[in-house]
Design a binder for this molecule. Structure first.
Ligand code: BJW
Length: 236
């Protein structure tokens, strides 16, 4: 196994591809979310300022759709790895769904926010949120009717970057699952990891934009590749 034999600390980056087999649309694939909406309309602060109803409705629909989907074999396998892995492990997800948690994973960081969270534009507090926002409900903290989806739009700073970079510095292995590598800073983690001397692997349906940066790249469906990879990790 050579250089792969000394692995104790793992950082796993996940993207929309890991939830695709649960029936959640990806962004950039054919039939994906960006084919139905212009990115600049629904995923920027400017788009929200221009047409809040469109944006609130877009996220209300996606939040409601969560009740109709279930975690798949890939989420389940990562939850098992999280439970059984003795070293440090962090699942950094770009996804705003809650499927990692519903599969049972606990070491999860949502760098692009969460559908089931509300961000108050008046008091800036984040609150757990399950309901629609289109009817301008009051903030649970300050009562102002000024909630927005607690998601990270283009031009906004992703959550917990310090914690992510700390985990990368301590990592022995960085694994990227189901992401196209089109959106920064997440797309840059593989290069950051390599500069830090961390081993890197990619598991994706197709070669991603940053594929050549990885020491190893495997192509296939997450529901098949991830359980196989987890078996390998736990058998080491
Ligand atoms: C399967 C599969 C199966 C399918 N099995 N695999 C140059 C110009 C302008 C801006 C920039 C620039 N360079 C960098 C930037 C900044 C910008 C950016 O990256 N732009 C690029 C487009 C160039 N980034 C930002 O603005 C970020 N913030 C930032 O940089 O802050 C610093 C800063 C602040 C202020 C000023 C300046 C700098 C924020 C980015 C926020 C991204 N937000 C979104 C929306 C979140 C809410 C929501 O969900 O609606 O996050 S965009 C969207 O893309 C979402 C995703 O998390 C993200 C990544 O997408 P992902 O997960 O990779 O999905 P896909 O669809 O792209 O790929 C799916 C993959 O799965 C494919 O490869 C399939 O093949 C595969 N797949 N089925 C396995 N079954």
């Amino acid at each position: 196994m050579g250089e792969m034999s000394q692995i104790r600390n793992i950082v796993i980056l996940t993207g929309a591809g890991i939830s695709a087999e649960s029936g959640i649309d990806t962004f950039r694939d054919a039939g994906g979310l960006w084919e139905q909406h212009r990115v600049e309309d629904v995923a920027t602060p400017e788009g929200f300022a221009r047409d809040p109803d469109l944006v609130l409705n877009f996220y209300d629909m996606r939040r409601a759709a969560l009740t109709r989907v279930e975690p798949n074999a890939a989420h389940a396998a990562l939850a098992r790895l999280d439970a059984e892995w003795g070293g440090d492990l962090l699942i950094v997800t770009q996804n705003v769904d809650d499927l990692h948690e519903r599969a049972g994973a606990s070491r999860v960081l949502h760098m692009h926010g969460e559908l089931k969270s509300a961000l108050c534009t008046a008091c800036e507090m984040r609150s757990p949120w399950d309901a629609p926002m289109i009817d301008r409900p009051p903030c649970p903290v300050c009562r102002a009717p000024m909630l927005r989806p607690d998601v990270v739009w283009f031009g906004e700073m992703p959550y917990q970057m310090d914690r992510i970079y700390t985990a990368l510095r301590n990592a022995d292995l960085f694994v990227s699952i189901g992401t196209s590598g089109a959106v920064y800073p997440a797309a840059g983690f593989v290069r950051d990891a390599r500069e830090l001397g961390v081993q890197t692997q990619e598991l994706n349906l197709e070669r991603s934009e940053g594929s050549n940066w990885f020491h190893e790249s495997r192509q296939g469906r997450a529901g098949e590749l991830v359980p196989m990879w987890v078996e390998e990790m736990l058998a080491r």
